[in-house]
Structures are given as C-alpha cells and as structure tokens.
Design a protein around this ligand. Structure first.
Ligand code: SF4
Ligand code: FES
Length: 543
C-alpha cells in the first residue's frame, strides 16, 4: 500500500499519497487550483505560474503542480499574494490574447475565459496594439492552429513528444516571439492528433471537424465506450440537445476521451474519435423492409417480424433446429448476445451459431491504444458463446444448401467474400434476415431487413480484450423506426410465441451474472462509470 502523509490545505486536514503534487492533493479536499501547463497525463514543467500557492515556511509562492506533499505541510491557496499572482498571470496572458471570444470555438470551455471570470476581472491597462500572429493555420487532417490565442503552456508539444511520440510540434523562436508551430516540412498527422484539441486550454488548437458546428453549451453528454476496437476506450458522446432535422444533419457532434486509468488513461485514437460520423450517416437503416417482387420494400414492424418468425417456424417444423443458423457479432453487447443465446440457442435449440470473422486488411496493434481486433466485444462473445463458429464456415454451409433460415446480426459479409459467391450462397437460403444499423451489400441480399440501434442509442456492456466489463449509455434515440437489438429480439420471441424473456440490459446483465461464471462477481450497479474486471481477467490489465 502507498505511504501517505497528512497535510492541511486551506484549513482542511487531509491525507494524500506521498509524492502526490499539492495541486492533486487539493482536489481531495474539493479545492481546484487554477492551472494551465499542468496536465495529469503529461510531464510536469511548472512554466505557466498560474498554480502558485503559499506554503508555510517557504519564502515565496510555490508551484502546486510541481511541489510534492509532505508530512505536516500547511498550504494556503487563497491568500492575497496567491490571488494577486493569478490576476497578474492572467493580465500577462491576456495582454496579447485577441478578443476573439464571440467567434472562438472554445468559448464555453476556455480556461482563459473561465479563469478570467473567476480570478481576473481587472480593467485592461494596455493601450498598445496586440501582437499579430498566424491565424486559422491547417496543421493536419484534424487540427487547426490560431497562434494568437496560444498561451504557450506546451501541453501539445509534450503530448506529441511523449505520448504520440511523433514530435511534430515545437516552440519556435524565443522570448516574446515564441510561437507554437509544426516543424518545417511536417504536418500534425499522427494516429492520436485529435487529443491536442482536448488538451489545449484555450482556442489555439481546435478540431477542424467540430469547428462552428455547435456551441458547446448546447451539447449534452453521455458516458460510453468506443466500439472501434477491442481496447474499449472510455468516451463521452457529445450530442446536440437542440437537434432539429430541419436545421441540422448531425445529432452527435463529437466524441471525447473519458479518463480511465485501467483502459485508456486520458486519450483516444483519431480512428475512434472520428468514427462518430457513422452514427448519423445517410446509410443508416431506418425502416424495416421485406423482399417483394425482387426488391426490398418498406414494411411495418409486425409485417417484418411476422415474416421472419413465420419463416423460422416453418424451417424448424420441416427440418428441425439443424435447418437454421445464426451469425452473432462481436459488435453486439453482452446482453444482446445473451438474449440471442437464450432465444435461438436455449429456447429454439439452434446449434449452428457463428460469430468469428476475419480482421480487416491492414489492421494492427500500435502498442499504445489501437488494437488489431476492430470489435469491442470479442471477449464477451466468446464467453457467452464458448467455441462460437466461424462465419466463413457458415457461408460454405449456406452455399452447400444445408441452411434454410439465416439470421445475420450486423455483419457485412461482402467485406471478406467475393460478392458473386456471397450472393450465390445466400440464394440457397430460403429466408435471410439481416438485423443491423447500416445498409450494406449483405442487407441488400436479405429477405427481411430489421433496422437496429447503434451503441450511442442504447445501453449495455462490452468486455474489452483485457477482461474489463464496461457499461455504455444512450445519448440519442434510434433514428426513424429503428429499435435496439434487445427490443427486436424480444418482439421476435413474442412473434414466435417463444417468450417472454427479460429484455432490459440491466435485467439481462443480472441473469448473465447468475448463469455465466465469468460474470458471477459483478452487478449492473457496481460496474459504475469505469467498469470492473471479469472474475477470470487474470493479470493482463496493463494499459
Ligand atoms: Fe498550450 Fe494550446 Fe498553445 Fe499548445 S497551442 S501551447 S496546448 S495554449
Ligand atoms: Fe503549475 Fe503551470 S500549472 S506552473
């Protein structure tokens, strides 16, 4: 156990781990010391001087970000000297900061604005013109720089140097001519570049994708898990609380990393960050459809589910459970997988259940966060369906004519099958049901199309590759007439007269914990915002 010390901050006696910075220890007492250059995920440089506090027996103010706690230390954060220091730092920073606030995209989440209102509020004493620097410079595919707004905290420089290890950014020139820029001939184009916009405390580095799309005070936030790979980075989904389809084309405006020291620390990769566009993409499936006269035609939910249930019932009666097959997916939540197991496996006796599929070409682990497995729940699928089959074998079985009913969850089989061969194989199946969120060649080959919600529109859990069980919550409702997979399966069960089944995510998680040993130590509530380890997660927890 880590040794701790006892100290007093603003009259409150607290205990803090030995070696912790005073700035972090103050948070234990509920005291937030303003700061710019300090970031808990980066090397400490102690350069901005915004965080200075009084420490008894020290002759002058000390940087709380760079001073470790000590036994018996007495810290004061609100003495006249500390307050005057903050005001002076703000005045110094604002001397050359442009008055861009009305048009700056950082407004509402700018630490210069916020700290000025909390600790500044002085009248300007400068008549001189402000320094002119480069504005709206494209640094790379995702980030734009406004040098005039930069306060030279160097967080972005330390991030690219120490975390992304690409070192595209540096402080160029010296003294009052210092600016942040990319080194000559470079661009800010690394797999984690979007993080610098999160790190920048002001509007100097902004996200090209988000700029001028929505004022931040109109955004709502929901905790979620990135479905982009098996890391399962913790994220916040920021959605437009005032979404109106007449004026907006996107409900979800951005994804931000959510701190979880066990999984992703403070960061997410760009691939995951910008994958949010798929949530509101034009190819989302919004209404059920049935194959009629050679084409897919819009249908109601009772018609579509009635057709799927009728076809499945007919196959079960004529050929037994061996005539039907199901393709589950490692994109599904644990609860959806478990309900699919209960309905198709346990209730209807279907044994041909596949879920493994080839990784996309070029997928790789980068040693930081990105994993080659582009699914968020491969581990969960393998637990709920031990020994789950390979989708390629199931396609072969379809081509051989032994599958009469095939229920596909989300897979676009054309991604790793020759389109002609795939069409030929699926033609041998009497009824192909596609349940998924996006249109695809596979959806277009189906006889019944059931539009489903994506992760941002439902709740559930994924198990990441380390064995961390993590919850995600809905940010927005499913589009059009789409439903969650749990809703669809519950309705299909009732059309088959096979139910009733528990169909809430929390209820199904409780059943999982009762029936599947790996989940036995867990409860829905105890998962909390940061998740819990599976009972058998072992020692492979390191980020
Ligand atoms: Fe800091 Fe932003 Fe300037 Fe980088 S661009 S040094 S993060 S203020
Ligand atoms: Fe402590 Fe910058 S935050 S000196």
């Amino acid at each position: 156990m880590r040794e701790s010390v006892s100290l007093t901050i603003d009259g409150q006696e607290i205990r803090a781990p030995k070696g912790m910075a005073v700035l972090e220890a103050a948070k234990i007492a509920g005291i937030r010391i303003p700061h710019y250059c300090y970031h808990a995920g980066l090397e400490v440089v102690g350069s901005c001087r915004m965080c200075l506090v009084e420490i008894e027996k020290s002759p002058k103010l000390q940087p709380s970000c760079a001073t470790p706690v000590a036994e018996g230390m007495v810290v004061r954060t609100t003495t006249p000297q500390a307050i005057e220091n903050r005001r002076s730092v703000l005045e110094f920073l604002l001397a050359n900061h442009p008055m861009d606030c009305p048009v700056c995209d950082q407004a509402g989440e700018c630490e210069l604005q916020n700290y000025y209102m909390a600790h500044g509020r002085f009248d300007a004493r400068h008549d001189e013109d402000k320094t002119k620097r480069k504005k709206a410079v494209v640094l790379g595919p995702h980030i734009m720089l406004d040098q005039e707004r930069c306060i030279l905290c160097t967080r972005c420089v330390r991030f690219t140097r120490d975390i992304a290890r690409t070192a595209e950014l540096g402080v160029i020139s010296r003294g009052h001519r210092s600016v942040i820029d990319v080194f000559p001939g470079r661009e800010l184009n690394n797999a984690y570049s979007g993080n610098v916009a999160d790190l920048c405390p002001v509007g100097a580095l902004t996200d090209r994708d988000f700029r001028f799309q929505c004022r931040v005070w109109f955004l709502g936030s929901a905790p979620s898990i990135c479905p982009g790979c098996s890391r399962g980075c913790n994220i916040e989904i920021h959605y437009n609380r005032r979404f109106n389809p007449r004026y907006h084309d996107r409900r979800v405006h951005r994804l931000k990393p959510r701190w979880n020291p066990e999984v992703n620390g403070f960061w997410i990769c760009d691939e995951g960050r910008y994958a949010y566009r798929a949530i509101d993409a034009p190819d989302r499936l919004k209404v059920p459809a049935l194959r009629r006269e050679g084409g897919l035609r819009r249908a109601s939910w009772p018609e579509a589910l009635g057709e799927a249930a009728g076809a499945l019932q007919g196959v079960l009666e004529a050929f037994g459970p061996g005539g039907a097959a199901v393709m589950v997916s490692p994109q599904m939540s644990d609860e959806e997988l478990f309900l699919a197991r209960r309905l198709f496996g346990e209730r209807l006796g279907i044994e041909r259940i596949a879920g493994r599929a080839p990784a996309p070409a070029g997928a790789f682990d980068d040693g930081l966060l990105v994993r080659a497995d582009k699914n968020p729940n491969t581990r969960g699928m393998n637990i709920v369906f031990p020994g789950v089959g390979d989708c390629r074998d199931l396609i072969e079985a379809c081509a051989g004519g032994s599958v009469r009913y095939l229920h596909i969850f989300g897979h676009d089989l054309a991604r790793w099958n020759d389109p002609g061969r795939l069409a030929e194989a699926l033609r041998q199946v009497e009824c192909v049901v596609f349940e998924g969120a996006w249109d695809s060649p596979t959806a277009r080959l189906a006889d019944v199309v059931l539009p489903a919600a994506v992760y941002a529109e439902k709740d559930g859990t994924f198990v990441n590759f380390q064995g961390r069980v993590q919850r995600f919550e809905p940010a927005v409702p499913p589009p059009g007439e789409a439903l969650t997979d749990l809703d669809i399966l519950a309705r299909l069960a009732s059309a088959l007269e096979a139910g009733p089944f528990e169909s809430t995510a929390s209820g199904l998680f409780g059943e999982l914990a009762r029936r599947v040993p790996e989940f036995s130590s867990l409860t829905w509530q105890a998962l909390g915002p940061m998740g819990r380890w599976l009972a058998d997660a072992g020692n492979d927890h390191a980020v």
